[in-house]
Design a binder for this molecule. Structure first.
Ligand code: SF4
Length: 361
């Protein structure tokens, strides 16, 4: 936690800005992170949520995280999912098995496939084009929310294409939008420690910028609670907000804390529920150009996720028919649509199903 300079803005001064639609500065965000009275921040974040998304509706989506391969050479220290090329436990699903998983998703009411894996040196762009085309041929209604910037940049690299060429071809093959995965903390000092071989901050942002210019929307994320400082979190939020001002690539923001189990990134203590709720609330207040703030039920569990709806969040994220990445680090908060609805109602809100475009179904 940063130390408070005597001149740091007061909560009253920040609240005045929120009530008069004035943008918060990085200093304001740092003051919110240091403010001792969390319920006061929650009330302000809830006010901002009502301004951006009025009413009591809390949306959610039914989808599947389809981890097409776990083979990855990048070896991020926070990741418990990958297996290096040649490892006995490495896998790449065949197109047939991918189609079976998409069929199962559709039969269970799913509308979105979150298609993600590792940076697998065996898979060039034609593999993705064939796979996406096969999915879209059989299930044209399914939305392919696919590939992190790190995957896209690597696919372009090994296929000897520019980033724009690769994105154009992936879009033509059926890719609808890009999940915000891999953002972690958009500060290169932090990225060099936790993921030294991954894309830089500018590369991650450039991918989202280029995708946006081609009509591909995305989401933004933040994984906190490892080696970053509070100042780094605020810098991350700033970079995201600046890009949203520039070209509006993001439909939503989601944050979660690092899950250290079975990873190579030792930390003294996992971030608390309090830290999570505060981070959600500060994100809602600082990201004034975002409508949708998602909770991370997968990492926080149902109780904290319910509480987050009073800290500025308006979306419950995805009922996941399958998930492997966070589960590899020991978390298993995978709940049904009925359970999602029960939790949302229990927190005093009205559940509504949506698609990837945030259109109500
Ligand atoms: S986070 Fe992604 S890029 Fe990093 S090791 Fe895991 S699968 Fe590979």
């Amino acid at each position: 936690m940063s130390t408070l300079a005597p001149s740091r803005p007061t909560l009253d001064a920040i609240a005045d800005k929120v009530y008069s639609n004035e943008r918060l500065t990085q200093e304001d965000a740092l003051a919110l992170f240091a403010h001792p009275n969390l319920p006061e921040i929650a009330a302000l974040a809830d006010y901002q949520r009502q301004k951006k998304v009025p009413g009591t509706t809390v949306t959610y989506i039914i989808g599947r995280i389809l981890n097409y391969t776990n083979v990855c050479w990048v070896r991020c220290k926070f990741c418990a999912f990958y297996r290096t090329p040649g490892h006995d436990e490495g896998y790449t699903h065949s197109i047939e098995s991918i189609i079976d998983k998409v069929r199962d998703t559709v039969e269970k009411g799913g509308v979105e496939i979150l298609f993600q894996g590792g940076l697998n040196p065996q898979l060039k762009i034609d593999w993705y084009e064939d796979t996406f085309a096969a999915i879209k041929k059989e299930f044209p209604q399914v939305i392919l929310h696919a590939l992190s910037p790190a995957e896209i940049i690597y696919i372009a690299h090994i296929s000897r294409l520019t980033l724009e060429e690769a994105l154009k071809r992936l879009k033509a093959a059926g890719m609808h939008s890009i999940p915000g995965a891999g953002g972690e903390i958009l500060v290169d000092r932090v990225r060099k420690i936790i993921a030294p071989y991954k894309d830089t901050t500018d590369e991650w942002l450039a991918c989202m910028r280029t995708a946006s210019s081609l009509g591909l929307k995305s989401t933004a994320s933040m994984m906190f609670g490892h080696v970053e400082t509070i100042e780094d979190r605020v810098e991350h939020l700033s970079r995201i907000r600046d890009l949203q001002d520039e070209c509006s690539p993001f439909r939503a923001f989601i944050t979660w804390n690092f899950q250290p189990e079975d990873t190579n990134l030792p930390i003294a203590r996992k971030a608390s529920g309090y830290d999570y709720l505060r981070t959600v609330a500060v994100s809602r207040l600082f990201l004034d150009n975002f409508d949708n703030i998602q909770v991370s039920i997968l990492t926080q569990g149902p109780k904290v996720a319910q509480a987050a709806l009073k800290y500025g969040a308006n979306d419950f994220g995805s009922v996941m028919i399958e998930e492997n990445v966070v589960s590899a680090a020991g978390n298993k908060f995978i709940l049904s649509a009925d359970e999602f609805e029960r939790l949302i109602k229990g927190a005093g809100f009205v559940p509504a199903r949506r698609n990837t475009r945030y259109e109500l179904l």
